[in-house]
Write a protein that binds this ligand. Sequence first.
Ligand SMILES: *Cc1c(COP(=O)(O)O)cnc(C)c1O
Length: 376
Amino acid sequence: MNTELLTKIKTPVPFLDLAAQDGGLRDEVLLAFENITDSSHYVLGPYVESFERAFAEAVGTRHCIGVNSGTSALHLALIAAGVSDGDEVITVPMTFVATAWAIRYVNARPVFVDIDPETYTMDVDQIESRITPRTKAILPVHLYGQSADMTAIMEIADRHGLTVVEDAAQAHGAMFDGKPVGSFGQSACFSFYPGKNLGAYGEAGAVVTNNDAVAGRIRALRNHAQNQRYHHQELGFNYRMDAFQGAVLGIKLRRLGVWTKQRQRLADSYQMFLEDLPIVLPQQGDRRSHVWHVYVALHPERDQIREALQRQGIQTGLHYPVPLHLLEAFRELGYREGDFPVAERVGNECFSLPMFPNLSRGHLNDIAEALTAWFE
Ligand SMILES: *Cc1c(COP(=O)(O)O)cnc(C)c1O
């Protein structure tokens, strides 16, 4: 560790700086908030509807239903896919825990397959060996901003009569074979948690789909399962999107393309600066356009690396240190250490470098210098 570096600490480098991104939106957002307050239409309403139309168009689907979180989106998408008691849903152990919560909410069982060592998304060669008569759906995750192999997944699902629900919570605008993620499966779920590539000023999410019946059912379910006031068809939920969130998302969606390009340029710079270091850098898989929700590198001594960076004011993250099959909450599933070696390696060795559209060149240089110094 080069101690000389410690003496030339510059400004701290945050892992994520949302304020920098939002500065240019202030006037537009405040005007929308004023309109909402004047109209007293705080839940759903015109801002949510207009965002739903714009987001469906961006993804290339017929419908978008705004809800109050990505987790709620997954829950409703699985209900609408007909997943219920005793069914199995094939997914990955390297993801945010909400992917598997949703499967448990409908009393189904998450069946994990390992991730591919290059893209860290579902290893499609392992799917078929996990299909049983109880398998109902495949739930791939477009992890870290990169699409799973949707051609292979759709082909396997079609062959076995399974429904595909995409977890696109980390991949707004990512593509596979030139097609946006979210437009492959029966439905796809997005999160607009503030730290996501498209983030609200609070909690929000959405389901997109081309299926009219699925869209209608989810639209009813999010609002206490009523198509008509006080006529409830089934067990419903209060999963509605706030008007404020719809307004912010509509305003931010117009900038998403520019922000994605900024992320892609930062990823190119990381690649250029770090490629000679003995760390595993993230790769963009074949036929994919990556939107770099997070920039995840691997090294066996990641805890020491993170501490060294922290001492220089550089914040890093972990996505995700404990694969789902080893979580206490899923102990009943009966998995053990060693079951999914690629996911476990990522869990043990991952560290996420700062990645957000306004990350400055200067900060990126500081990060590269600090990492290079650590290896010297
Ligand atoms: C963020 C996230 C979710 C959950 O979204 P919330 O809006 O936080 O409920 C689900 N899946 C993945 C992969 C995520 O990253």
